[in-house]
Design a protein around this ligand. Structure first.
Ligand code: DGY
Length: 331
């Protein structure tokens, strides 16, 4: 039987290729500097059996109409808002992701942004570059302490829990959260309290977003929400830029509806260099580096490859999102 072919859509840690090859799969890698255009992706996907995809690949209805022959999609990310899972399911294609391995790394970035914003670190760094550091300034660029403040988490999954752990351990912060369901582990381990969405946005000194981008969450953090937050609060988003309305965020900061913002994800991405957020003293922006550690990226490569291999070897996909397609299906 000819071996199955897997297309890896960007260069990722080599461990994925090694694992797939060792499992007897033939690997093709897109070597380009950026993602393929959708027509390029479709053309190449037509020549393979499985795809190891990244968040920038547009796997929509059109893609699945053209590539319904695929056996499996192994996404190299925890988020999969680039994939029309319903269309994949209709085509009978299992879709998998890489949860957990990047939780620590992403929580570190949320934690770092929170501190950076509270002390205007990115802005103060730029004053040195601009030659503006002349003397000690008793009244300028004051931030505020995080100790004892309230951390609000929207989406208490693994990443939210890792952030709660850090904030509680480092700053003794009170943790409140809103989620689709209660997270009893977070309640037990970090004393987190479940609150309504309205209470979350009203009570948080730091509001950190850790949800998936979906029809329910798209643009959820808008003017109306910002206007209900404390004027002294910080908004942190390390999930997906689409969850906040960036024009409303800029306005909320300009009008003092909220105090500051830390973003690892922007709307749209990439952010343009002339975006007003980049010049605001109480704002810190990073170019979507949440999972950018050696440990997390190796873990993501390993899990994405394992999902594909396990499908071919056992007909099982450990991190399957649309598990229903696996029932009764033979690999
Ligand atoms: C994810 O895994 O969804 C991240 O955003 C990619 O680093």
């Amino acid at each position: 039987m000819p071996s199955k072919k897997v297309l890896i859509t960007r260069l990722i840690p080599n461990i994925a290729k090694t694992m797939l090859t060792n499992a007897g799969l033939e690997v093709m890698e897109w070597q380009g500097d950026g993602p393929m255009t959708q027509p390029e992706l479709i053309e190449r996907a037509k020549q393979v059996n499985a795809l190891l995809s990244l968040g920038a690949d547009k796997l929509d209805k059109h893609f699945f109409n053209q590539c319904s022959h695929l056996d499996i999609i192994g996404q190299f990310a925890v988020g999969y808002d680039n994939i029309d899972v319903e269309a994949a399911t209709s085509a009978g294609i299992p879709v998998s992701n890489t949860p957990d391995v990047l939780s620590e790394a992403t929580a570190d970035v949320a934690f770092g942004l929170m501190i950076a914003v509270s002390r205007k670190m990115f802005f103060n760094h730029k004053t040195i570059i601009r030659g503006e550091w002349k003397q000690f300034e008793p009244l300028k660029n004051l931030g505020f302490q995080l100790s004892g403040k309230t951390l609000g988490i929207f989406g208490m999954g693994r990443i939210g829990m890792m952030l709660a752990k850090r904030c509680q351990g480092a700053f003794d912060m009170k943790v409140i959260y809103h989620n689709r369901s209660h997270n009893t582990e977070a309640e037990r381990l970090y004393g987190a309290t479940y609150v309504s969405f309205d209470e979350l946005i009203r009570e948080s000194d730091v509001l950190s977003i850790h949800c998936f981008l979906s029809d329910e969450t798209r643009g959820l953090f808008n003017r109306e929400v910002f206007s209900k937050m404390k004027p002294s609060s910080i908004f942190i988003n390390t999930s997906r830029g689409g969850v906040h309305n960036e024009t409303d965020l800029i306005e909320a900061l300009n009008q003092g509806l909220i105090w500051g913002a830390g973003l690892d994800v922007t709307n749209p991405e990439p952010m343009k260099p002339y975006n007003p957020l980049l010049e605001m003293p109480n704002v810190a922006v990073l170019p979507h580096i949440g999972s950018a550690t050696v440990e997390a990226r190796n873990g993501m490569a390993r899990i994405a490859a394992r999902n594909i291999i396990s499908f071919y070897q056992h007909g099982e996909v450990p991190n399957c999102i649309n598990r229903q397609v696996l029932k009764g299906r033979k690999s």
